[in-house]
Design a binder for this molecule. Structure first.
Ligand code: SAM
Length: 290
């Protein structure tokens, strides 16, 4: 099994009476040289547990199984799930979860988490994400995977919209710098590894994509006590990004603590949210919500 060419993906869909569905971000990666980079960038070793969100027709899934990974694949499209079950259902290292990888905007699918934990109970191993993600869920999904403490991911590698990858890596004062940049960079080392042309996918999307890797920081390396609370703190203070820190906090839960914390940290209360670095945001969080 070496991944699927465009004609193989088309034939599989035709046989199953299916067509690509835009609402589920079904743009299949058909450049197999690029596809082969995903398991390599993820550092997949035999026995590793790999989450693949959106296996589609199973092209990347096959490469991951070939690499000796134990794959938990989550597919929302019932038609594709049937196709996958038929092709790969008998493989001892393949688990299919049919449904949405997200459970609302701020939680992961519990059946998916249980399937990952079950694979890890079989024999403990590194846990990785390797996926060509549907664009619609990429940002909330990646944030949730980084926040997930049980099970904890060792590495996340995915193709996502190039702009989304750049937002995760953005530096302060850039137009695309925001809560995603602050939270992402506070929980992981993030890199845009390469861009992928629209022609690498079928149907061809309107946007460019990128390979993005996340190396999550270990709990010892993290310097925020409660990463989930930190994420909501950052989101709250970015809600009115045109306002100053003091103005935005005025009626919220940090109204009293924030000016005192800013004073202690030498941060001006007239600064705007996008002017603070991720490290300054973490310091502000620690001081406001000790
Ligand atoms: N893995 C295939 C590939 O690399 O060509 C297909 C990737 S395609 C970009 C995205 C896949 O994610 C589709 O199979 C789509 O049905 C699935 N998907 C979309 N939204 C999903 C969700 N919320 N949860 C799980 N799968 C989803």
């Amino acid at each position: 099994m070496a991944g699927q060419t465009l004609s193989q993906v088309r034939a599989l869909l035709d046989e199953a009476g299916l067509a690509p569905r835009h609402r589920y971000g079904q743009n299949f990666l058909i450049d197999l040289n690029l596809m082969r980079k995903l398991p390599a960038l993820a550092g997949v070793q035999p026995g590793d547990v790999v989450l693949e969100v959106g296996p589609g027709t199973g092209s990347l899934t096959e490469l991951l199984l070939d690499a000796g990974a134990r794959v938990v694949a989550v597919e929302i499209d019932f038609g594709l799930a049937g196709l996958l079950q038929q092709r790969l259902g008998g493989h001892p290292d393949f688990t299919l979860v049919v449904g949405d990888a997200l459970d609302g905007k701020h939680a992961l699918n519990p059946t998916m988490l249980e399937a990952l934990a079950a694979r890890q109970r079989q024999s403990p191993a590194a846990l990785r994400l390797a996926a060509n993600l549907p664009y619609q869920i990429a940002t909330p999904l990646l944030i949730e995977l980084l926040l997930c403490a049980d099970p904890r991911f060792d590495r996340l590698v995915c193709t996502i919209q190039r702009e989304v990858g750049e937002r995760f890596c953005a530096e302060p004062r850039r137009a695309d710098y925001g809560p995603v940049s602050v939270v992402g960079q506070s929980l992981a080392r993030v890199h845009v590894e390469a861009t992928l042309p629209a022609a690498a996918f079928w149907p061809r999307p309107k946007v460019e994509s990128a390979f993005v890797t996340f190396a999550p920081l270990s709990p010892d390396e993290r310097d925020v006590r409660n990463p989930r609370d930190f994420a909501s703190f950052v989101r709250l203070h970015f809600q009115q990004r045109r306002k100053t820190l003091r103005g935005a906090a005025r009626s919220g839960p940090d109204a009293d603590a924030l000016p005192i914390a800013c004073d202690r940290l030498g941060i001006s209360t007239t600064a705007r949210p996008e002017e603070l670095s991720p490290a300054q945001w973490r310091a502000l969080y620690r001081a406001c919500r000790p």
